[in-house]
Design a protein around this ligand. Structure first.
Ligand code: CP
Length: 311
């Protein structure tokens, strides 16, 4: 597969044929993950730096595992314990890390645009692992891959995103990815958790969860991003859970065979009923497994592409 990209900053930069080819390739990496010995020498001699200036369990660990399964070396840096804590700015941190000659830097940062900023400063590949409210492209790709394996195609499918849309980078990236693939996307949230310009987005908007669930093929619950919210957006968590928490009864309104997703970390009993999260209708742990295959695919593409060999 010819991979013309130096960086992955948002889903916007990918074409739908590229996304579908990426999913096909990810199936090969998924096969490696099912073997007894889950390691290939594909990226031997390459190094990947994980720069996580915000907390993460799934994204950071799965990039680390993905790189190691391909025999790349990984190095981790977090705000705590690094010179970011002493006030070193992102440009100096990036230039310092580049001087150590990594082949890629995977970055998570609270500022929207942080990955784009580094990509313009540095010649190694930059992979956005979540920047502020802006984008979380690898999450959207793993969400897409999870449903790609289940559905026979994306056309005539409807995905509902429910929860804190306003502050969610996952929502923004999922909308970009699924609409590109021809999926109808619905949003459901209290008005205070809908983005100001949502009327301009290519989605249908609901504020009633029962209505939103009718006839959908999958529902992705989104975490309340309390760390990014101003106070006063919700009357109470209990009221939010009553009106917008997904429960088994909602699954009776969907198309037969519909599935539930959550990018994690989840607040059980608030965004999603705890039993439903563990139910057979739930793909939440499949999303985590898909994340490793997708990140192996991305590291393979970025670290062996002609755009990188030209550097
Ligand atoms: N979905 C996701 O980004 O999870 P982490 O914050 O644990 O990486």
């Amino acid at each position: 597969m010819d991979w013309p990209h130096k960086d992955l900053l948002s889903v916007d930069q990918l074409t739908s044929p590229e996304i579908l080819e990426l999913f096909q390739l990810a199936q090969n990496f998924e096969e490696i993950n099912s073997r007894l010995v889950k390691k290939t020498p594909t990226l031997k001699g390459k190094s990947v730096l994980l720069l996580f200036a915000e907390p993460s369990t799934r994204t950071k660990t799965s990039f680390d595992i993905a790189a190691k399964r391909l025999s790349a070396d990984t190095f981790s840096l977090a705000t705590k314990g690094s010179s970011l804590e002493k006030g070193e700015d992102l440009k100096d941190t990036g230039l310092t890390l580049q001087a150590m000659q990594p082949d890629a830097i995977v970055i998570r940062h609270s500022q929207s645009g942080a990955a784009d900023f580094l990509a313009r400063q540095l010649h190694c590949s930059i992979i956005n692992a979540g920047d502020g409210w802006h984008a979380h492209p690898t999450q959207a790709l793993l969400d897409g891959f999870t449903l790609y394996k289940l559905w026979e195609g994306f056309r005539d499918r409807t995905l509902l995103l429910v929860g804190d849309i306003a502050h969610s980078r996952v929502a923004r990236s999922d909308i970009e990815l699924f609409t590109k693939l021809g999926v109808s996307v619905r949003l459901c949230a209290p008005r205070t958790l809908l983005p100001r310009h949502v009327a301009d987005w290519p989605v249908s908007v609901y504020t009633d969860l029962d209505e939103a669930c009718r006839g959908v093929d999958a529902i992705q619950c989104l975490r309340l991003q309390l760390e990014r919210q101003q106070s006063g957006l919700l009357p109470s968590l209990r009221e939010y859970a009553t009106r917008f928490g997904l429960r088994k009864k909602h699954m009776e309104l969907t198309r037969p065979g519909a599935k539930v997703l959550h990018p994690g970390p989840m607040n059980r009993g608030i965004e999603i009923d705890s039993h439903l999260a563990d139910d057979t209708d739930s793909l939440i742990l499949d999303q985590v497994s898909s994340g490793i295959a997708i990140r192996m695919t991305l590291l393979y593409l970025f670290l062996t592409s002609t755009s990188q060999r030209r550097e």
